[in-house]
Design a binder for this molecule. Sequence first.
Ligand code: SF4
Ligand code: SF4
Length: 178
Amino acid sequence: MDPYLRRKVIIDRMNELESSGKDCKGCSGTCCTYEANSMMVTPIEAVELVDYLKAKNLFDNELKSRLLVTVSKYRLDQAVGDGKRSFLRRTYTCPFFNHKELGCPLPREVKPFGCLAFNAHDLEKKAGEFCFSEEKVLLAREAASLDEAALNQKIKTENSLYWDKTPLPLALLAFFEP
Ligand code: SF4
Ligand code: SF4
């Protein structure tokens, strides 16, 4: 499936919100920073982004260094838990964030699903207070991408991945040559 089609349901909803004035203009990008970002991606999301970055000659050592710095700074490779359960969700400033309004340089067709689904839902307040993901939109996207479970499994097997979802920097690092 085409990367855009895989995200179409969410992108359509973004366009709908934006055309009613519920957009990200004026926000510093809170949801891309350690204040609110804990984005995790699946293998297919990682592969589609890696393919895009390679096509743009951006999957290079400079990116690798930035990813490693992010992993180290926010300890993304260390599981957190409560003694009984262990899980890998920490907040971090995204290594792609430009630190300015509308600061994501990635095109919508390769952005993580969770980034696309997290949107402003208020005409005035746009610093995160009235921003959220709509579960029904995420579920509708899943329902429209029936090939995805098998595809994720195939990518896991071919690349010896142990995760179903992991923070974006760790996911991309898995596709660099050792
Ligand atoms: S991929 Fe883009 S939208 Fe998602 S957290 Fe990073 S900078 Fe923000
Ligand atoms: S979704 Fe909300 S927090 Fe994220 S950039 Fe848009 S307005 Fe800001």
